[in-house]
Design a protein around this ligand. Structure first.
Ligand code: ADP
Length: 675
């Protein structure tokens, strides 16, 4: 393995990380970012165009809806029929080719005077009832007049005459100071003639209502009075009849005179009546203005044989549309509709029509900010505002795109490449990050181990040198006189220098191994012979330390291909460790076996042993177990690394069997016939 110097390795890693990960990441990220921006701009542009088109479609839908509505409401069957009209129609009339106008329906307080039926069915009392009037008014013969009317009520076949006779009889009871009887008759009329008219124009309900509240007032029936008042004001607000402004005014003022202490309901009814009166007056003025039928330059739509024209009519709280269309038989229909009421009923339907898949958020805002429709699917802020066209009131249509979430957009077809780029970049960055963290961690650990190694090695080199130095000095100055002692000194010096040379050999080997420069010279080697020689060479050292080495070789072992010095180094390192880590034990076993085509060489001690956790690490370079460091046992942490490498280079492998406190056995297994 050639890993180079750690410092430069780290720089290389960082450089590779920048070149291989960060730089492409930045480039890819920038490209993806540009792509997404472009996509976004395109989508925004598309979205804006889509909103514009949608708004146009929506407005033309409103137009065709109004056209359809006009045709439906003014088709002949309705014009001449009796069908009740839509609640949004404020007024509907037709005009024939001679200019005669006919009112079909209205919701105003009173229609324009010119639209009133020119001659109500009956304005004057019937000739028969003239007799009663003579008795009542001219001759003041009240009870006779009453009898006459009662007789008519029972016997007449003419419904108009019956109505008149009923009203007259109630009036007479009042004159005769019998208010309760009068009230009873008025109440009957109000009940029996709902929607009925007197003289073809005046609602019987209103007439009797007015008379009843007058009686309530005269009789001091307070609660009844306010109830009846509410009922009548409500009828005044929705007259459903054809009286003119004067007749309305007459009733309105009469009721107002009766009001003494207005309650909340009365107050609000009066306010509504006032507002409705100004709307009515404005509309009447508008309708009597310059000719509005198909004026040039105003908006027109519909098919060519049924042209419909429209203009907005807005004043105060009135937001209406004036619509006119040519019908059959040279008739022209004119209609004014309450735009908010109409839109509230159709807006949802129109919105669904232009946007069936709900891809839009849509709001309709009236000119006063009132929300007519809010069809919001996701709450978006990017609304575009489109003013209603000029044939409609000045409202606003607010549209925004109902955007899908970020992931959905990314997953959409067309964005795939960017998504891919994104995932790739994120993965690369993550991978790079993890890699850098891992490498830095390894580097830091290695650095720490290395500095420990240097201090250990220096120490190991220094102590034998110091003793050699000391002994040489003493010998040099002839301070050792005893010959025996001298011999001891020489052998100690020899031993120390051998130890030194082993140590240096280890260091050199380690550097060769680390840089993959170690070369071997393989020869046929007899392991048994080699071990015996080795034991012999260290016998002296063993004897001094008090150790006892037993060697056994139970079966015949054949020669194998190996390098002599390398195997000696393996043996030395293993036995050196066994001596160092034997604790109080002084026994070492060396065993040589031939088994399963393998040469198995084991060195066993009965010392401190190695924990399971450490067993995985002791072959790493510079690693030393905690205990050995703490108990001050000398060492550099490279011995086993070298052993493992040499064994592997011989095609073999190393096994370890160890238990803390019981000792360790390292076994070198080299297959026979392999190199
Ligand atoms: P060292 O120079 O420290 O002996 P090695 O690489 O030879 O370096 O050994 C690494 C570590 O493995 C030693 O520091 C020691 O903790 C542990 N070790 C090695 N051999 C033995 C053994 N026979 N018994 C207990 N521990 C051992």
């Amino acid at each position: 393995m050639n890993s180079g110097k750690p410092g430069s390795r780290r720089k290389k890693i960082i450089l590779y990380y920048f070149l291989g990960v960060v730089l492409p990441g930045i480039i890819l990220g920038y490209m993806a970012f540009r792509g997404i921006r472009n996509d976004q701009v395109l989508r925004e542009k598309d979205g804006q165009e889509k909103l514009e088109t949608s708004s146009q479609t929506f407005f033309s839908e409103i137009d065709s809806d109004l056209g359809r509505f006009m045709v439906e409401q003014t088709s002949d069957s309705i014009v001449y029929g009796t069908k009740k009209n839509d609640p949004s129609i404020l007024i509907l009339f037709v005009k024939d080719s001679t200019g005669v106008k006919k009112l079909i329906s209205h919701q105003l307080l009173y229609p324009p005077a010119e639209l009133l039926t020119s001659e109500p069915d009956r304005i004057k009392p019937s000739s028969l009832l003239k007799e009663g009037q003579r008795l009542e008014f001219a001759e003041q013969r009240i009870s006779e007049a009453l009898r006459f009317y009662k007789e008519r009520i029972l016997n007449t076949t003419d419904p108009e005459e019956k109505k008149e006779a009923l009203v007259a009889s109630a009036r007479l009871y009042n004159k005769m100071n019998q208010p309760e009887r009068a009230k009873a008759i008025y109440e009957d009329i109000r009940k029996d003639y709902q929607g009925g008219l007197l003289n073809g124009r005046i609602p019987l309900e209103l007439i009797s209502g007015l008379e009843i509240v007058k009686i309530n007032q005269a009789e001091g029936q307070k609660d009844e009075l306010s109830l009846n008042l509410h009922k009548s004001l409500e009828q005044l607000l929705h007259p459903d009849c054809e009286y003119d402004a004067n007749q309305f005014e007459m009733f309105y003022q009469s009721f107002k005179e009766i009001i003494n202490e207005p309650d909340d309901v009365t107050d609000s009814l009066i306010r509504k009546l006032e507002a409705q009166r100004s709307r009515t007056d404005y509309l009447i003025k508008f309708l009597s203005g310059p000719e509005l039928i198909a004026p040039s330059g105003q908006y027109q739509y519909g098919s060519s044989n049924n042209m419909t024209y429209s203009v907005p009519v807005t004043s105060g709280d009135l937001q209406a549309i004036y619509l006119t269309a040519e019908g059959n038989n040279d008739k022209r229909s004119v209609m004014v509709i309450d735009f908010p009421v109409h839109m509230k009923s159709v807006a949802e339907k129109l919105a669904r029509k232009i946007d069936p898949d709900s891809t839009l958020n849509l709001k309709i805002e009236a000119f006063d900010g009132d929300l007519i429709l809010s069809r919001v699917i996701t709450d978006e802020t990017g609304y575009l505002s489109f003013p209603f066209p000029e044939n409609l009131p000045k409202w606003k249509l607010l549209l925004s795109e109902n955007r899908p979430g970020f992931m959905t957009t990314l997953m959409k077809a067309g964005s795939g490449i960017y998504l891919f780029a994104f995932i790739l970049i994120v993965l690369l960055m993550l991978l790079g990050f993890v890699f850098i963290l891992y490498t830095l961690n390894v580097e830091l650990r290695l650095n720490k181990l290395k500095s420990e190694f240097i201090s250990n090695v220096s120490h190991e080199l220094k102590s034998p040198l110091t003793s050699i130095h000391m002994m040489t000095e003493m010998l040099h100055h002839n301070r050792v006189e005893n010959e025996e002692r001298k011999a001891e000194y020489y052998s100690a010096m020899l031993e120390e220098s051998e130890h030194l040379s082993h140590l240096i050999e280890n260091i050199l080997d380690f550097s060769r191994i680390d840089e993959d420069r170690k070369k071997y010279e393989f020869i046929d080697l007899d392991p048994d012979k080699l071990i015996r020689e080795f034991i012999k060479s260290i016998r002296e050292m063993i004897r001094e330390t008090g150790f006892e080495i037993s060697y056994s070789c139970p079966n015949k072992v054949s020669v194998f291909r190996a390098e002599r010095n390398a195997i000696l180094q393996v043996l030395y390192n293993l036995v050196d460790n066994a001596i160092k880590f034997s604790g109080t034990s002084r026994k070492i076993d060396i065993n040589l076996l031939f088994n399963d085509n393998e040469t198995q060489l084991s060195v066993r001690d009965y010392g401190i042993g190695i924990s399971i956790k450490d067993q995985e690490k002791i072959f790493e370079r510079f690693y030393r177990c905690g205990e050995s460091q703490q108990s001050g046992i000398r060492g550099s942490g490279i011995g086993l690394t070298i052993v493992k490498k040499i064994v592997e280079d011989h095609g073999g492998y190393l096994t370890l069997d160890s238990r803390p406190g019981e000792g360790s056995m390292f076994t070198v297994r080299i297959p026979v016939g392999e190199t």
